[in-house]
Design a protein around this ligand. Structure first.
Ligand SMILES: NC(=O)c1ccc[n+]([C@@H]2O[C@H](COP(=O)([O-])OP(=O)(O)OC[C@H]3O[C@@H](n4cnc5c(N)ncnc54)[C@H](O)[C@@H]3O)[C@@H](O)[C@H]2O)c1
Length: 267
């Protein structure tokens, strides 16, 4: 007999998480626990081995990632770790045919290339330095401003908590790439000191203090006026819920590399 739609049980999306003991990992797990179409099948970290996570899942040591992904067969791996670890996690995920959501930031261009080449044509991946909806709209707004204010001076000011290791932030670097589409291959000057006139450049300023979650301002200044486009994250929850959205989206996406604008339909 054919069951009614109500009787049919949708398959659960099986999620693995690397960086499960980190600030973001813990929040992703909290968000995951609220989803009735997703379940955590593995949580990995290099600290807190055997600590309980969700249900009967405990922290497993990240050195065993290959074996754990092969045993638990997740649909998607969410990674919030640090660049070197993330590269290894991505390579293991691809080897095990596991789709990816990569939130880690601070990759060098070579690391990013290595990761993209490994993923390309094999699995689906969403890679984004910022999963918040607001920041993805912010990126659209700065593209609009740059297109219309090509002669204005541009400065980026970003602020984060004192534990953040990479600077400038991945979000600020993504803003630079967007600005370059309108302004050409313009130089980026991180901080300023000494005696020198401002050149044709984007000024970049990174503040690291206290527990600031994440502020980004792009300032366009011209004759007699300035425009500031600013985003302030009040909590990390929006990053975690964005990563969950990306995970749900990526499992049914065609093989390829995507960003949050694809997930949010902002393109
Ligand atoms: N994309 C976004 O929206 C977004 C938002 C916030 C933070 N981030 C980025 O996410 C990353 C993590 O941020 P955080 O604040 O959670 O940092 P964190 O330092 O609190 O957590 C990182 C966790 O990764 C673990 N780890 C290190 N090596 C590992 C490995 N090989 N395998 C598994 N786990 C490993 C650490 O032990 C730690 O628990 C950073 O790069 C940060 O910039 C991205």
């Amino acid at each position: 007999m054919i069951g009614s739609a109500k009787d049919r049980v949708e398959p659960m999306i099986k999620v693995a998480l690397t960086g499960a003991q980190g600030r973001m990992g813990i929040l992703v797990m909290q968000e995951l626990s609220k989803q009735n179409d997703m379940k955590l099948v593995a949580g990995l970290d290099i600290i807190g081995e055997n600590k309980p996570l969700l249900g009967d899942i405990t922290v497993r040591h990240a050195s065993r990632i290959g074996e754990i992904l092969s045993q638990t067969d997740p649909d998607v791996l969410i990674d919030f770790t640090e660049p070197k670890a993330a590269i290894n996690n991505v390579l293991c995920a691809v080897e095990n045919n596991v789709n990816l959501v990569v939130g880690t930031t601070g990759f060098t261009q070579d690391q990013m290339m290595l990761m993209r080449n490994a993923i390309d044509g094999k699995v689906s991946a969403v890679i984004s330095p910022n999963f918040s909806v607001g920041i993805n709209v912010f990126w659209k707004l700065i593209a609009l401003a740059a297109d219309n204010l090509k002669d204005y001076d541009v400065e980026i000011i970003e602020a984060h908590h004192n534990q953040k290791k990479d600077a400038p932030s991945g979000t600020a670097l993504a803003a630079v790439e967007i600005l370059k589409k309108s302004l050409g291959d313009i130089e980026v000057k991180s901080g300023r000191e000494g005696i020198r006139l401002r050149g044709k450049e984007i000024g970049m300023h990174a503040i690291r203090a206290g527990d600031i979650v994440g502020d980004h301002t792009v300032l366009f200044a011209g004759p007699g006026e300035r425009l500031e486009i600013k985003h302030q994250a009040h909590s990390r929850t929006n990053f975690a819920s964005g990563a969950i959205k990306a995970a749900r989206w990526v499992v049914s996406a065609r093989t390829g590399i995507y960003n949050m604008a694809d997930v949010l339909g902002l393109k």
